[in-house]
Design a binder for this molecule. Sequence first.
Ligand SMILES: NC(=O)c1ccc[n+]([C@@H]2O[C@H](COP(=O)([O-])OP(=O)(O)OC[C@H]3O[C@@H](n4cnc5c(N)ncnc54)[C@H](O)[C@@H]3O)[C@@H](O)[C@H]2O)c1
Length: 421
Amino acid sequence: MDKGNTYEVKDLKLAEQGKKNIELAESHMGALLTVKRRFEKEKPLKGIRIGLALHVTKETAVLIGTLIAGGAEVAITGCNPLSTQDDVAAALAKEGVRVWAYKGESKEDYYRYITSVIAFRPHITIDDGCDLVSEIHKRHTQLIPEIIAGCEETTTGIIRLKAMEKDKALKYPMIAVNDNKTKHLLDNYYGTGQSTIDGILRATNVLFAGKNVIVAGYGSCGKGVSMRARGFGANVIITEVDNFRALQARYDGFAVMPMTEAVAKGDIFITVTGDKHVLRKEHFQAMKDGAMLANSGHFDIEIDLEGLKAISKDVRRMRPFLDEYTLTSGRRVYVCGEGRLVNLAAAEGHPSEVMATSFCGQALACEYAVRNRGKMRPDVITLPEEIDDRIAALQLQAMGITIDQLTPDQKKYLSSWEEGT
Ligand SMILES: NC(=O)c1ccc[n+]([C@@H]2O[C@H](COP(=O)([O-])OP(=O)(O)OC[C@H]3O[C@@H](n4cnc5c(N)ncnc54)[C@H](O)[C@@H]3O)[C@@H](O)[C@H]2O)c1
C-alpha cells in the first residue's frame, strides 16, 4: 500500500496506466465534457467541498475532473470493496485528489476510508448505495447543518433513502440521480446489460450460446442483462416477484417461472434484484453440476454465500474472481466475483458512454443543489425533467445525432384537446 496525508492506494506506480485509461474514458464521455467546459468558465461549485463514495473507476475520475473544473474540492473513497481500479486511484492520488481506495479492501478499511471522506466535512455527498449518507446519519450528525444535499447513484441507495424518509430519519435533502431517465433507463439497462455479461465472460470465458441463463429480477438491470444474454444466443428464463414485471418479461418473449422450477434448468444464474438471499440453500442443492452464479445487484447478499458454504465440503479459488464450491452431494457450483457486483469485480464496470449521461446527472445535481441551497426539504427529490432532457440532448450532440423539432402547429395540437376524429 502507498499512503500519504491525502491518500491511501495500492501502488502509486500504476498512475501512468491510470492516466491513460482516464484519457480513453474521456474520449467517450462527450456529454460530460461539455458540462466540464461550461463549469470551467462559470465555476458553479466554487468553494464547495464534495465527498464521494463511488466506484473508483476511470469514468468516476472524469466526473471528479468535472467537479474540480467547476471549482469544487473533492475527496473520494470506493463504494464496494472489489470495484476500485487501482491504476485510476493511483492517478488521482498523483494529481493531488484526496483518495482512499484499493481493490479487495477489508470491511475495516472500507469504513475507515468512508470516515476519511467524512472528516473532509463535505457540503455535498455523492453516494452509490447510501453507505456514506448512512454513516453520517448514524455517527457524524454534527456535520449535517453544513451539508447542502446528497446525490444518490443507484436503485438500492434510493430504496434505503426512501426507508429513511419514511421513518423521518433523513436529515438533509437527497437528490435521486438514479431516477433520471438518463440514468436508470440507460446505465442500469445498457450499462449493466453489457458489463454484467462482460464480467461473467472475463471470470469464466464460458460460451453463452445454447446455455440456459436464469435472470432473477426484471427491472432496468434485469431487462438489459436478459436482452444481452439473448443476443449471445442463450435461452433466457426470468424469475420475478412483481406481477407486472413478470408479465413484461413474458411479452418480451422470455420464459417466466419460480426459482424453485428454474433452478434445475439453469447453467448460469444472474441476480439483479436489490434483494437478499434470492439464491439460497434449497436452490443450490437442486442445481446442475457446474452451475455458474453471478450477482450484479448492489450488495453481496443476493446469493447466500454463507448458506452455500454451509452445504459445501470444499471451496477452491480456480482463478481470479471464480470460486468452486463442491457440495456434500459432490456437485460443483461456481461463484463469480465473490458474489459482489460481477461487472465491477471481474470487469471494468459500465462502458464510458453510459457513464457520461449518469455522471452528467451527478454534476448537474451538484450545481442544482448549490443553486437551491436552503430551499430543499430533507426528502428524496428528483431533478426537474428539463435537466434530464438536457443531458440526453448533450449526449446526442456529442454523438453527432440531430433529431426533428415539433412544428408550431404540432406543438399547438399536442397541448390542446379540441381536435379529434
Ligand atoms: N451492476 C451494476 O453496475 C448496477 C447498476 C445499476 C444498478 N445496480 C443494482 O442492481 C439492482 C437492481 O437495480 P434495478 O434498477 O434493476 O432495480 P429495479 O427495482 O428496477 O428491479 C429489481 C427487480 O427485482 C425484482 N425482485 C425483487 N426481489 C426479487 C426476488 N426475490 N426474486 C426475483 N425478483 C425479485 C423486483 O420485483 C424488481 O422488478 C439494485 O441493487 C441496483 O442498485 C447495479
